[in-house]
Design a protein around this ligand. Structure first.
Ligand SMILES: [Zn+2]
Length: 363
Protein backbone atom coordinates (compact mmCIF):
# COMPACT_ATOMS: atom_id res chain seq x y z
CA UNK A 1 0.00 0.00 0.00
CA UNK A 2 2.74 2.42 0.94
CA UNK A 3 4.61 1.40 -2.14
CA UNK A 4 1.62 2.15 -4.32
CA UNK A 5 1.11 5.51 -2.73
CA UNK A 6 4.72 6.38 -3.26
CA UNK A 7 4.62 5.37 -6.90
CA UNK A 8 1.45 7.32 -7.47
CA UNK A 9 3.07 10.39 -5.99
CA UNK A 10 6.03 9.96 -8.30
CA UNK A 11 3.68 9.57 -11.23
CA UNK A 12 1.84 12.72 -10.40
CA UNK A 13 4.90 14.87 -9.99
CA UNK A 14 6.15 13.66 -13.31
CA UNK A 15 2.89 14.40 -15.07
CA UNK A 16 2.73 17.88 -13.64
CA UNK A 17 6.39 18.67 -13.95
CA UNK A 18 7.27 17.38 -17.37
CA UNK A 19 3.97 17.51 -19.12
CA UNK A 20 5.65 19.97 -21.46
CA UNK A 21 6.95 16.95 -23.30
CA UNK A 22 3.80 14.96 -22.92
CA UNK A 23 1.49 17.46 -24.48
CA UNK A 24 0.06 15.13 -27.06
CA UNK A 25 -2.35 12.30 -27.29
CA UNK A 26 -4.43 10.20 -29.59
CA UNK A 27 -7.81 10.09 -31.14
CA UNK A 28 -11.10 8.37 -31.97
CA UNK A 29 -12.47 5.02 -32.84
CA UNK A 30 -13.63 3.56 -36.09
CA UNK A 31 -16.82 1.95 -37.16
CA UNK A 32 -16.73 -0.13 -40.29
CA UNK A 33 -18.96 1.91 -42.54
CA UNK A 34 -19.90 5.54 -42.90
CA UNK A 35 -23.52 4.51 -43.27
CA UNK A 36 -23.56 3.41 -39.65
CA UNK A 37 -23.18 6.96 -38.35
CA UNK A 38 -26.85 8.03 -38.36
CA UNK A 39 -28.12 4.76 -36.90
CA UNK A 40 -25.45 4.91 -34.20
CA UNK A 41 -26.66 8.33 -33.24
CA UNK A 42 -30.21 7.05 -33.07
CA UNK A 43 -29.17 4.22 -30.78
CA UNK A 44 -27.39 6.64 -28.50
CA UNK A 45 -30.48 8.78 -28.30
CA UNK A 46 -32.29 5.73 -27.02
CA UNK A 47 -29.72 5.25 -24.32
CA UNK A 48 -27.49 2.64 -25.90
CA UNK A 49 -23.74 2.99 -25.54
CA UNK A 50 -21.49 4.21 -28.33
CA UNK A 51 -22.24 1.60 -30.98
CA UNK A 52 -19.70 -0.69 -32.47
CA UNK A 53 -21.30 -3.93 -33.62
CA UNK A 54 -19.62 -6.97 -32.17
CA UNK A 55 -19.35 -8.52 -35.59
CA UNK A 56 -17.62 -5.36 -36.76
CA UNK A 57 -15.10 -5.64 -33.96
CA UNK A 58 -14.45 -9.29 -34.73
CA UNK A 59 -14.17 -8.53 -38.43
CA UNK A 60 -11.58 -5.85 -37.74
CA UNK A 61 -9.39 -8.19 -35.75
CA UNK A 62 -9.83 -10.86 -38.40
CA UNK A 63 -8.83 -8.47 -41.14
CA UNK A 64 -5.76 -7.43 -39.17
CA UNK A 65 -4.66 -11.02 -38.61
CA UNK A 66 -5.13 -11.94 -42.25
CA UNK A 67 -3.17 -8.93 -43.51
CA UNK A 68 -0.71 -8.19 -40.75
CA UNK A 69 2.38 -8.65 -42.88
CA UNK A 70 1.21 -5.95 -45.28
CA UNK A 71 -0.09 -3.68 -42.55
CA UNK A 72 2.98 -3.79 -40.30
CA UNK A 73 4.58 -0.38 -39.88
CA UNK A 74 8.20 0.25 -40.81
CA UNK A 75 10.71 0.30 -37.92
CA UNK A 76 11.45 3.55 -36.13
CA UNK A 77 12.99 6.14 -38.44
CA UNK A 78 14.83 9.42 -38.08
CA UNK A 79 11.68 11.50 -38.53
CA UNK A 80 10.00 9.64 -35.67
CA UNK A 81 12.34 11.27 -33.14
CA UNK A 82 11.22 14.18 -31.03
CA UNK A 83 11.89 17.54 -32.72
CA UNK A 84 13.21 15.79 -35.85
CA UNK A 85 10.50 17.47 -37.93
CA UNK A 86 10.61 21.30 -37.95
CA UNK A 87 7.69 22.86 -36.10
CA UNK A 88 4.81 24.33 -38.09
CA UNK A 89 2.53 26.45 -35.91
CA UNK A 90 -0.06 27.08 -38.65
CA UNK A 91 -3.57 25.65 -38.40
CA UNK A 92 -4.51 22.68 -40.62
CA UNK A 93 -5.07 23.19 -44.35
CA UNK A 94 -8.81 22.69 -43.76
CA UNK A 95 -10.32 24.16 -40.60
CA UNK A 96 -13.51 22.16 -40.24
CA UNK A 97 -14.34 18.55 -41.09
CA UNK A 98 -16.96 17.88 -43.75
CA UNK A 99 -18.52 15.26 -41.44
CA UNK A 100 -20.04 16.86 -38.36
CA UNK A 101 -21.29 14.27 -35.90
CA UNK A 102 -24.78 14.73 -34.43
CA UNK A 103 -24.82 15.96 -30.84
CA UNK A 104 -24.97 13.29 -28.16
CA UNK A 105 -27.78 13.37 -25.58
CA UNK A 106 -27.06 15.67 -22.64
CA UNK A 107 -26.95 12.65 -20.36
CA UNK A 108 -23.74 11.51 -22.01
CA UNK A 109 -21.75 14.52 -20.85
CA UNK A 110 -18.91 13.69 -18.53
CA UNK A 111 -15.55 12.07 -19.07
CA UNK A 112 -15.35 8.28 -18.89
CA UNK A 113 -12.78 6.99 -16.42
CA UNK A 114 -13.56 3.30 -16.70
CA UNK A 115 -16.42 0.93 -17.44
CA UNK A 116 -18.29 -1.17 -14.92
CA UNK A 117 -18.19 -4.39 -16.88
CA UNK A 118 -21.47 -6.26 -16.58
CA UNK A 119 -20.12 -9.67 -15.63
CA UNK A 120 -16.82 -8.57 -14.13
CA UNK A 121 -14.96 -10.02 -17.09
CA UNK A 122 -11.23 -9.41 -17.03
CA UNK A 123 -11.01 -6.97 -19.88
CA UNK A 124 -9.35 -3.56 -20.17
CA UNK A 125 -8.38 -0.96 -22.77
CA UNK A 126 -4.85 0.12 -23.60
CA UNK A 127 -4.77 3.75 -24.72
CA UNK A 128 -1.85 5.78 -26.02
CA UNK A 129 -1.72 9.55 -26.24
CA UNK A 130 0.17 11.27 -29.07
CA UNK A 131 0.36 14.81 -27.78
CA UNK A 132 1.91 17.76 -29.58
CA UNK A 133 2.04 21.39 -28.50
CA UNK A 134 1.83 24.41 -30.78
CA UNK A 135 5.47 25.26 -30.11
CA UNK A 136 7.34 22.02 -30.69
CA UNK A 137 7.07 18.70 -32.53
CA UNK A 138 7.09 15.41 -30.72
CA UNK A 139 7.95 11.87 -31.73
CA UNK A 140 6.41 8.53 -32.55
CA UNK A 141 7.37 5.23 -30.97
CA UNK A 142 6.90 2.83 -33.88
CA UNK A 143 8.18 -0.03 -31.72
CA UNK A 144 5.04 0.13 -29.60
CA UNK A 145 2.72 -0.01 -32.59
CA UNK A 146 4.53 -2.81 -34.42
CA UNK A 147 4.67 -4.85 -31.22
CA UNK A 148 0.91 -4.49 -30.78
CA UNK A 149 0.48 -5.49 -34.41
CA UNK A 150 2.64 -8.57 -34.00
CA UNK A 151 0.71 -9.61 -30.88
CA UNK A 152 -2.74 -8.78 -32.33
CA UNK A 153 -3.48 -6.51 -29.36
CA UNK A 154 -6.02 -3.77 -30.15
CA UNK A 155 -5.43 -0.29 -28.82
CA UNK A 156 -7.00 3.15 -28.90
CA UNK A 157 -4.70 5.94 -30.04
CA UNK A 158 -5.57 9.49 -28.97
CA UNK A 159 -3.85 11.62 -31.59
CA UNK A 160 -3.30 15.34 -31.41
CA UNK A 161 -4.31 16.91 -34.72
CA UNK A 162 -1.02 18.73 -35.10
CA UNK A 163 0.81 15.53 -34.23
CA UNK A 164 -1.11 13.82 -37.06
CA UNK A 165 0.17 16.40 -39.50
CA UNK A 166 3.76 16.09 -38.22
CA UNK A 167 3.60 12.30 -38.62
CA UNK A 168 1.25 12.14 -41.60
CA UNK A 169 2.82 9.12 -43.28
CA UNK A 170 2.71 7.15 -40.03
CA UNK A 171 -0.90 8.11 -39.38
CA UNK A 172 -1.97 6.93 -42.84
CA UNK A 173 -0.35 3.56 -42.19
CA UNK A 174 -1.98 3.25 -38.76
CA UNK A 175 -5.37 4.16 -40.22
CA UNK A 176 -5.21 1.21 -42.59
CA UNK A 177 -4.86 -1.31 -39.76
CA UNK A 178 -8.25 -1.81 -38.05
CA UNK A 179 -6.40 -3.15 -35.03
CA UNK A 180 -6.26 0.49 -33.99
CA UNK A 181 -9.01 2.86 -33.02
CA UNK A 182 -8.01 6.47 -33.64
CA UNK A 183 -9.38 9.18 -31.37
CA UNK A 184 -9.08 12.96 -31.04
CA UNK A 185 -6.66 14.52 -28.53
CA UNK A 186 -7.25 18.15 -29.57
CA UNK A 187 -5.21 20.11 -32.08
CA UNK A 188 -2.32 21.40 -29.98
CA UNK A 189 -2.94 20.23 -26.41
CA UNK A 190 -4.58 23.37 -25.05
CA UNK A 191 -6.09 23.53 -21.57
CA UNK A 192 -9.84 22.84 -21.79
CA UNK A 193 -10.36 23.96 -18.23
CA UNK A 194 -9.69 27.61 -19.06
CA UNK A 195 -9.67 28.34 -22.80
CA UNK A 196 -12.44 30.28 -24.55
CA UNK A 197 -15.31 28.38 -26.20
CA UNK A 198 -14.10 29.59 -29.61
CA UNK A 199 -10.66 28.14 -28.98
CA UNK A 200 -12.12 24.89 -27.65
CA UNK A 201 -14.11 24.45 -30.81
CA UNK A 202 -11.03 25.08 -32.93
CA UNK A 203 -8.92 22.63 -30.95
CA UNK A 204 -11.51 19.89 -31.42
CA UNK A 205 -12.50 20.55 -35.04
CA UNK A 206 -8.99 21.23 -36.36
CA UNK A 207 -8.06 17.73 -35.25
CA UNK A 208 -11.17 16.24 -36.87
CA UNK A 209 -10.38 18.11 -40.09
CA UNK A 210 -6.75 16.96 -40.10
CA UNK A 211 -7.89 13.39 -39.58
CA UNK A 212 -10.25 13.67 -42.54
CA UNK A 213 -7.48 14.98 -44.78
CA UNK A 214 -5.23 12.09 -43.88
CA UNK A 215 -8.04 9.57 -44.18
CA UNK A 216 -8.65 10.67 -47.76
CA UNK A 217 -4.96 10.32 -48.54
CA UNK A 218 -4.79 6.95 -46.78
CA UNK A 219 -7.61 5.58 -48.89
CA UNK A 220 -6.00 6.83 -52.11
CA UNK A 221 -2.69 5.38 -51.02
CA UNK A 222 -4.31 2.06 -50.12
CA UNK A 223 -5.73 1.82 -53.60
CA UNK A 224 -2.26 2.25 -55.05
CA UNK A 225 -0.56 -0.29 -52.81
CA UNK A 226 -3.43 -2.75 -52.71
CA UNK A 227 -4.28 -2.87 -49.01
CA UNK A 228 -7.20 -1.94 -46.78
CA UNK A 229 -9.30 0.83 -48.23
CA UNK A 230 -12.82 0.41 -46.93
CA UNK A 231 -12.88 0.50 -43.17
CA UNK A 232 -11.43 3.77 -41.98
CA UNK A 233 -14.07 5.62 -39.94
CA UNK A 234 -15.03 9.02 -41.38
CA UNK A 235 -14.09 10.94 -38.24
CA UNK A 236 -13.05 10.13 -34.67
CA UNK A 237 -15.87 9.61 -32.18
CA UNK A 238 -13.88 9.77 -28.96
CA UNK A 239 -12.07 12.74 -27.46
CA UNK A 240 -9.51 12.99 -24.69
CA UNK A 241 -8.91 16.24 -22.82
CA UNK A 242 -5.21 17.15 -22.63
CA UNK A 243 -4.06 16.54 -19.02
CA UNK A 244 -7.67 15.55 -18.38
CA UNK A 245 -8.51 19.25 -17.75
CA UNK A 246 -12.10 20.09 -18.52
CA UNK A 247 -15.00 22.21 -17.28
CA UNK A 248 -18.77 22.39 -17.79
CA UNK A 249 -18.36 24.36 -21.04
CA UNK A 250 -15.83 21.96 -22.55
CA UNK A 251 -17.80 18.88 -21.56
CA UNK A 252 -20.84 20.37 -23.28
CA UNK A 253 -18.79 21.35 -26.33
CA UNK A 254 -17.45 17.83 -26.83
CA UNK A 255 -20.93 16.39 -26.36
CA UNK A 256 -22.47 18.87 -28.78
CA UNK A 257 -19.85 17.96 -31.37
CA UNK A 258 -20.93 14.35 -31.12
CA UNK A 259 -17.92 12.91 -29.31
CA UNK A 260 -17.65 10.94 -26.12
CA UNK A 261 -15.00 12.19 -23.67
CA UNK A 262 -12.69 9.38 -22.56
CA UNK A 263 -10.20 9.54 -19.74
CA UNK A 264 -8.41 6.81 -17.77
CA UNK A 265 -8.39 5.25 -14.34
CA UNK A 266 -4.84 3.89 -14.51
CA UNK A 267 -1.87 6.18 -15.24
CA UNK A 268 0.78 3.68 -16.32
CA UNK A 269 4.01 5.65 -16.78
CA UNK A 270 5.67 7.03 -13.69
CA UNK A 271 8.10 9.39 -15.35
CA UNK A 272 11.19 7.29 -14.93
CA UNK A 273 14.01 8.34 -17.21
CA UNK A 274 15.45 4.90 -17.74
CA UNK A 275 14.13 1.46 -18.50
CA UNK A 276 11.03 0.20 -16.78
CA UNK A 277 11.29 -2.63 -14.28
CA UNK A 278 9.26 -5.78 -13.89
CA UNK A 279 8.22 -4.52 -10.46
CA UNK A 280 6.85 -1.39 -12.07
CA UNK A 281 4.84 -3.49 -14.50
CA UNK A 282 3.36 -5.45 -11.62
CA UNK A 283 2.54 -2.28 -9.73
CA UNK A 284 0.59 -0.97 -12.74
CA UNK A 285 -1.19 -4.31 -13.15
CA UNK A 286 -2.15 -4.19 -9.46
CA UNK A 287 -4.16 -1.04 -10.16
CA UNK A 288 -6.07 -2.52 -13.11
CA UNK A 289 -9.67 -3.67 -12.57
CA UNK A 290 -12.15 -5.19 -15.02
CA UNK A 291 -13.14 -2.31 -17.30
CA UNK A 292 -10.04 -0.21 -16.64
CA UNK A 293 -8.68 2.28 -19.16
CA UNK A 294 -4.89 2.52 -19.06
CA UNK A 295 -3.01 5.67 -20.10
CA UNK A 296 0.33 5.39 -21.89
CA UNK A 297 2.09 7.68 -24.39
CA UNK A 298 3.50 6.66 -27.78
CA UNK A 299 5.22 9.92 -28.68
CA UNK A 300 8.59 8.97 -27.17
CA UNK A 301 7.78 10.80 -23.96
CA UNK A 302 8.80 9.55 -21.48
CA UNK A 303 11.53 6.98 -21.98
CA UNK A 304 10.83 3.39 -21.14
CA UNK A 305 7.18 3.21 -22.18
CA UNK A 306 7.69 0.35 -24.61
CA UNK A 307 9.42 -1.80 -22.03
CA UNK A 308 6.84 -0.92 -19.39
CA UNK A 309 4.06 -1.82 -21.80
CA UNK A 310 5.52 -5.27 -22.37
CA UNK A 311 5.78 -5.91 -18.63
CA UNK A 312 2.25 -4.66 -17.99
CA UNK A 313 0.73 -6.70 -20.82
CA UNK A 314 2.57 -9.84 -19.79
CA UNK A 315 1.48 -9.42 -16.19
CA UNK A 316 -2.14 -8.76 -17.14
CA UNK A 317 -2.25 -11.70 -19.53
CA UNK A 318 -0.94 -13.95 -16.77
CA UNK A 319 -3.79 -12.69 -14.59
CA UNK A 320 -6.33 -13.58 -17.28
CA UNK A 321 -6.97 -10.18 -18.87
CA UNK A 322 -7.63 -9.48 -22.52
CA UNK A 323 -7.55 -6.15 -24.32
CA UNK A 324 -10.22 -4.31 -26.30
CA UNK A 325 -10.77 -0.91 -27.90
CA UNK A 326 -12.38 1.79 -25.83
CA UNK A 327 -15.35 1.58 -28.22
CA UNK A 328 -15.76 -2.10 -27.50
CA UNK A 329 -15.28 -1.64 -23.76
CA UNK A 330 -18.08 0.94 -23.68
CA UNK A 331 -20.44 -1.66 -25.02
CA UNK A 332 -19.60 -4.13 -22.30
CA UNK A 333 -21.08 -2.27 -19.37
CA UNK A 334 -21.86 1.01 -17.70
CA UNK A 335 -19.34 3.83 -18.02
CA UNK A 336 -18.09 5.44 -14.84
CA UNK A 337 -18.00 9.16 -15.60
CA UNK A 338 -16.71 12.28 -13.91
CA UNK A 339 -17.35 15.94 -14.58
CA UNK A 340 -13.87 16.75 -13.32
CA UNK A 341 -10.96 15.32 -15.27
CA UNK A 342 -7.86 14.48 -13.26
CA UNK A 343 -4.81 12.22 -13.16
CA UNK A 344 -5.16 10.31 -9.90
CA UNK A 345 -7.49 12.35 -7.71
CA UNK A 346 -9.86 15.27 -8.31
CA UNK A 347 -8.11 18.60 -8.69
CA UNK A 348 -4.60 17.23 -9.10
CA UNK A 349 -4.09 18.86 -12.51
CA UNK A 350 -5.43 22.33 -11.70
CA UNK A 351 -1.99 23.68 -10.89
CA UNK A 352 -1.35 23.58 -14.64
CA UNK A 353 -3.83 26.42 -15.21
CA UNK A 354 -1.71 29.08 -13.57
CA UNK A 355 1.57 27.50 -14.46
CA UNK A 356 1.13 27.22 -18.22
CA UNK A 357 -2.04 29.04 -19.23
CA UNK A 358 -4.42 28.11 -22.03
CA UNK A 359 -1.72 26.74 -24.31
CA UNK A 360 -1.03 23.88 -21.97
CA UNK A 361 2.50 23.04 -21.02
CA UNK A 362 4.05 24.93 -23.93
CA UNK A 363 7.41 26.61 -23.84
ZN1 LIG B 1 -1.74 14.54 -24.09
Amino acid sequence: MNTNKHMQAVTLSWLLGTAAFAGMSLAPFPSLAEETVPSQAAEQAQGAEVPLPAEGYAARLEYHKANKADLRLAPIQANDRRKAVPNDPRPPAVLEPSVMLPALPAGMEGTVRRVEVANGEKVCALTFDLCELATVTTGFDADIVTWLQDKDIPATLFMGGKWMRTHAKRVRAIMRDPLFEIANHAWAHGNFGIMTPERMREEILYAQAQYELLRKEAIEEAGRIGVYDAGIPPVPRFFRFPYGRCCDASLKMVNDLGMRAIQWDVVAENGGRGNASLAQGREVADRVKPGSILLFHANLVPNGTFQLLRYVVRELEQRGYRFVFVGELLQMGKPVVSRDGYFLRPGDNRALDARYGIDGTGR
